[in-house]
Ligand binder design. Structure first.
Ligand SMILES: CC(C)(COP(=O)(O)OP(=O)(O)OC[C@H]1O[C@@H](n2cnc3c(N)ncnc32)[C@H](O)[C@@H]1OP(=O)(O)O)[C@@H](O)C(=O)NCCC(=O)NCCS
Length: 183
């Protein structure tokens, strides 16, 4: 089984979810504003505990299997969000991401994703990164563009019963990661 080795940045650890994350995880996953453009909705405490236990033990880097990783703030190691990662056939890695509201607006998602993308592009099998976001999700689009992903395709979709447009973003390994400076 391939392990996921914790990634450390100036302010964060990107690590496996663990049982001690339960209260914070269940709290922000119950925030309807965070769920607005996400495929998930609020979980009961028991469901959240099961989800964390599953992700704590799940093998990493298994094709077509989503792995949800914790974004934790250092030095206290408190959970502030999570990143979903899935490797598709052909070396295409897909990401999804959430930060609790209190942690937003400080570049933490940019910092976490930058570390993750660097790690992914260091793996020989990963040749591109993709993310799909609702066209109304401006914070998500700004984040992806800041990291150097480009809008490559848009399509009409039905999401949570509502017609919407899905934007597909992509970054080729050959083009490299670019974190644009923040004014
Ligand atoms: C998408 C999401 C993670 C983005 O969070 P975020 O806080 O905007 O992203 P960052 O943590 O990288 O912070 C960037 C913001 O902080 C500001 N910032 C401050 N210091 C910064 C720094 N050192 N580096 C980068 N940005 C910094 C940036 O200007 C930017 O603000 P702006 O977008 O208003 O210009 C968040 O909105 C979220 O969790 N949304 C709900 C879940 C969701 O929809 N996920 C996407 C599904 S596809």
């Amino acid at each position: 089984m391939q392990e996921f080795s914790t990634l450390t940045t100036a302010r964060l650890s990107l690590r496996r979810l663990r049982p001690a994350d339960l209260a914070r995880f269940a709290a922000y996953r119950a925030d309807p504003e965070l769920a607005r453009y996400q495929g998930w909705s609020a979980l009961s405490m028991a469901e959240a505990a099961d989800f964390i236990a599953g992700m704590h033990a799940a093998p990493a880097f298994v094709e077509e299997a989503w792995l949800q990783l914790a974004i934790a703030q250092r030095p206290g190691d408190e959970l502030v969000g999570d990143i979903g990662l899935c490797l598709h056939a052909g070396g295409v890695a897909e990401i999804g991401f959430t930060l609790m509201r209190e942690a937003q607006g400080r570049g933490l998602a940019t910092e976490a994703l930058r570390a993750l993308i660097e790690m992914l592009f260091a793996r020989p099998e990963v040749r591109a990164l993709i993310a799909i976001t609702d066209a109304r999700n401006h914070a998500s689009m700004r984040l992806l563009e800041r990291l150097g992903l480009r809008l490559v395709h848009s399509e009409a979709a039905l999401f949570k019963g509502e017609a919407c447009t899905e934007h597909h973003y992509r970054l080729e390994r050959a083009h490299g990661l670019a974190v644009k400076s923040v004014p």
